[in-house]
Design a protein around this ligand. Structure first.
Ligand code: PLP
Length: 445
């Protein structure tokens, strides 16, 4: 495999568009897939221009179809906490696939991964493996509705819980509103069962929760938000949601598809000391293969088929290759390693703040463990409305300038970034240098 070195720091050496091979492959892709992609954000709709096509990854870096190298902070949108192609995961996959790729029958690997998860998250007394975060949250809502005998769900403006109908709902402006479908094809009657409230606004949340209290099946939240940019919870927010759930009889669901094994090895329960009734996991627990899970209190999970009547199933659920990749990842992610990645994320965030400070642009950046984010705004956003007030135009220009200098960030101002075990001090130093140059170019543009 040939690979040219990263685009150098000098502005004159910077290519301004994707290479010819990437462009040619994307042209074929557009004839096949809506927007040329198999998941919408990949198409660069939020930043304009054209995505590069990835050819391979190793450690902290990826290479595109034209051999250009990038330090990658997308990391497959979160799963790759060990970096790209970690030998420990590849070895586990090789070893497992010798024995077959799928059985659709019970296997010990499922039990091993389930036990590994429960060892870190004891409040997941029982769990069920599925293949995507969407399946996990969708199944949890069905379970919550069945258990409580209620239909409404309360979510937060800017949080993403996968693409099931009930979650593709945005708030109207102002305080909590009744749901408005965020996509054609979602029955209005179903969307109307989804209530929304602004993040970190316990007053508005309490008002809505109490108004609909007797009808509320669940309150669902990303404990640290990564789908409206990076937004940390105020100190009283998650305890407040726990209290509101208890008061109204709704179940509290933490969607830890993104935060699990990133903000702490034990997730939000460990980091914030708040225990949800039910939890969705995904991303890291599959180590880059399609795995997600939902779980929680035993009395709730026992309602799931075949123990109970709440139906949910999956042909490839608990797939051995996926279980093996997840298990290898979780076994490698020791507390010492987690702390090291978190410290590195802190160093990067601090370095970016200093770079932005030198250029005099409004900027904030923060991290929780190995999940981080930045925003062209003076103070860290506390809500989706705050995030939308950032300088999105500057984000777009910086995104493209950074990409041209070999930095891979998510192509949207409303996504978190990630750090992996493969990002060392060298990658951090190179990132800061490239970011500095990108910011200079973006400001001048
Ligand atoms: N929940 C959260 C918090 C997510 O970030 C995502 C995806 O990014 C999902 C659910 C959906 O997961 P998937 O894309 O695996 O369906």
């Amino acid at each position: 495999m040939t690979s040219t070195p990263a685009v150098s720091g000098s502005r004159t050496a910077v290519p301004d568009a994707v290479g010819p091979r990437s462009a040619a492959i994307m042209e074929r892709a557009r004839a096949l897939f809506p927007g040329g992609v198999n998941s919408p954000v990949r198409a660069y709709g939020a930043v304009g221009g054209e995505p590069f096509v990835v050819e391979r990854g190793e450690g902290a870096r990826i290479w595109d179809a034209d051999g250009r190298e990038y330090i990658d902070y997308v990391l497959s949108w979160g799963p790759l906490v060990l970096g790209h192609a970690p030998p420990v995961v590849l070895d586990a996959l090789r070893e497992t696939m010798q024995r077959g790729t799928s059985f659709g029958m019970p296997s010990e690997l499922e039990v091993q991964l389930g036990e590994a998860i429960r060892a870190r998250m004891p409040h997941l007394e029982m769990l069920r493996f599925v293949s995507s975060g969407t399946e996990a949250t969708m199944s949890l809502l069905r379970l919550a509705r069945a258990y409580t005998g209620r239909d409404r769900v309360l979510k937060f403006d800017g949080c993403y819980h996968g693409h099931a109908d009930s979650f593709l709902v945005r708030a109207g402006s102002g305080v909590a509103t009744l749901g408005i479908p965020g996509s054609p094809g979602i029955p209005r009657e179903l969307a109307a069962l989804t209530l929304t409230a602004p993040l970190n606004d316990l007053g508005a949340t309490a008002e809505t929760a109490r108004k609909f209290g007797g009808e509320l099946a669940a309150i669902i939240v990303e404990p640290v938000v990564g789908n409206a940019g990076f937004i940390a919870p105020d100190r009283d927010f998650l305890p407040g949601l726990r209290a509101l759930a208890d008061e109204t009889g709704a179940l509290l669901i933490f969607d830890e598809v993104m935060t699990g094994y990133r903000i702490a090895l034990g997730g939000a329960h460990e980091r914030f000391g708040v225990t949800p009734d039910l939890t969705a996991l995904g991303k890291v627990i599959g180590g880059g293969l399609p795995v997600a899970a939902y779980g929680g209190r035993r009395d709730l999970m026992e309602r799931v088929a075949p123990s109970g009547p709440v139906y949910q199933a999956g042909t490839l659920s608990g797939n051995p290759l996926a279980m093996a990749a997840g298990l290898a990842t979780l076994r490698s992610l020791t507390p010492v390693l987690h702390d090291r990645i978190s410290v590195r994320a802190g160093e990067l965030v601090e370095g970016l703040r200093q770079v932005a400070g030198r250029h005099g642009v409004p900027f904030s950046a923060d991290h929780a463990g190995s999940m981080w984010g930045f925003s062209f705004r003076d103070r860290p956003p506390r809500s989706f409305a705050d995030a939308q007030q950032a300088d999105i135009g500057l984000f777009r220009r910086v995104f493209h300038a950074a990409r041209a200098r070999g930095l891979s960030f998510a192509p949207s101002a409303y996504e978190a970034a990630f750090m992996s075990a493969a990002h060392g001090t060298r990658e951090v130093a190179e990132t800061l240098e490239r970011f500095d140059d990108a910011l200079r170019a973006a400001i001048a543009a």
